[in-house]
Design a protein around this ligand. Structure first.
Ligand code: SR1
Ligand code: MG
Length: 396
């Protein structure tokens, strides 16, 4: 495939990012600015600019016309920068304290200038180092409820909902998810990446007909259910936090999809920690999984009761049906995320950073077993306790 990059597009360097910060955005010409490229994701550059005198910082994020994780052989639309900025702005209408402020955008340069969050820590890193974030489950439960309710048919006029669904059409990034989460890990294909010790566990997944049928159904939901404006990639590397604050970043995979997808992805990324931790430290994570769901469900229910525009909002059993489907979907989606992060192309540091080979591969086998169980039993999950029970069973 050839790259279609606008002629005005130019990848920034630390020097040109400083020049841009001075000429176009928030700093004046006399300011002494320093710049560091701090991006550690798979797709973009992230420049942190600091005024050495005042300490004021901003972030300039630039999308590259290809996926950084692979290189120029994998072209990727620059439009994702606009999607990301606009998801941040839209979600920011409902949860201003839980997303970074967007100061400016430049569509041709695929740039978003936004609030610096370096006083916070990437949640995945903190969790791996044994830290806990006391606000995390409550904040993410509320983030999920507010952003998803207010962009759905339950909270919006159908004309506005359909306008937004069209605005946030994001086919190229969705295709990455369709391939990397819902397809490739379930077939023996070259881009899968796993250790030799996992060969037989991977083969068991590829030959499990029942599992494949359930994954096919989950993929169908992802492909067809335009329910709400999702973050689209809500893992613990997409959340910054401290003891007192939480911010969700990076919604470049945003699109109109099934509510359970955002919920399931976040839960799955906590589940990695429930696999690698022991004792009290593990219990904190198990509690976070339960609380994220409980806060989401109760906040969503409250919004439904007070603000729903749906004619059937008071019909007995309908809210319970909607939340029940979110939970069963989320359980299955979480299972797919566990499997793809273990044998697929893009992994998680929670597992990969464990140096002891025996320990690491044993945790990876547990992640695969847990993923499998969540997918196979997802449709029978009637409460969050059922999901937690699946996690306990898979440890035995
Ligand atoms: C090629 S992108 C690989 C993964 O990184 C992103 O964060 C998404 O999770 C995607 O699946
Ligand atoms: Mg990302």
């Amino acid at each position: 495939m050839t790259l279609t990059v606008p002629t005005t597009y130019k990848a920034l360097t630390e020097a040109t990012a400083i020049a841009l910060a001075k000429t176009v955005y928030t700093f004046d010409h006399a300011a002494q600015l320093t710049c560091r490229e701090i991006g550690d994701g798979n797709l973009n550059y992230v420049f942190q600019i600091e005024d050495t005198e005042t300490g004021k910082r901003i972030i300039i994020k630039q999308a590259l016309p290809y996926a950084k994780i692979i290189g120029e052989s994998w072209p990727l639309t620059l439009k994702r920068a606009t999607i990301e900025a606009n998801v941040l702005r839209k979600h920011g209408e409902f949860v201003p304290s839980l997303v970074p402020a967007v100061y400016a955008t430049d569509e041709e340069l695929a740039i978003t200038v936004m609030e610096d969050l370096s006083h916070l820590e990437i949640v995945r890193e903190g969790l791996i180092n044994g830290q806990n974030f006391p606000r995390l489950s409550k904040d993410i439960g509320e983030y999920l409820a507010l952003t998803l309710f207010h962009t759905s048919d339950y909270g919006l006029h159908p004309f506005e909902k359909k306008r937004l669904a069209a605005e946030f059409s994001n086919p190229e990034l969705c295709k990455i998810t369709e391939d990397l989460i819902f397809t490739d890990p379930f077939f023996d294909i070259d881009t899968n990446d796993y250790e030799p010790q996992l060969q037989s566990a991977a083969e068991a997944i590829w030959s499990d007909r029942k599992l494949q049928l359930e994954v096919a159904k989950l993929k169908k939901s992802f492909l067809t259910e335009s329910e709400a404006l999702l973050h689209g990639d809500l893992h613990t590397g997409s959340v910054f936090a401290s003891q007192t604050e939480t911010k969700v970043i990076d919604p470049e995979f945003g699109f109109y999809g099934p509510i359970g997808f955002d919920v399931g992805l976040f839960l799955a990324n906590l589940i990695f920690q429930s696999i690698t931790r022991e004792g009290e430290n593990r219990q904190v994570i198990v509690d976070d999984i339960g609380k994220t769901w409980e806060v989401f469900a109760s906040s969503f229910g409250e919004l439904w009761n007070k603000q729903s525009v749906e004619s059937f909002r008071a019909t007995e059993g309908y809210l319970e049906y909607v939340l029940g489907k979110v939970l069963t979907d989320a359980t299955g989606f979480a299972g797919c995320e566990l499997i793809r992060r273990t044998i697929g192309l893009a992994h998680v540091k929670d597992l990969d950073s464990i140096e002891d080979t025996e320990k690491r591969t044993s945790f990876k086998k547990q992640a695969l077993e847990t993923g499998r169980a969540l997918i196979l039993q997802g449709q029978q999950t009637a409460s969050i306790d059922d999901l937690l029970e699946i996690l306990e069973e898979a440890r035995k």
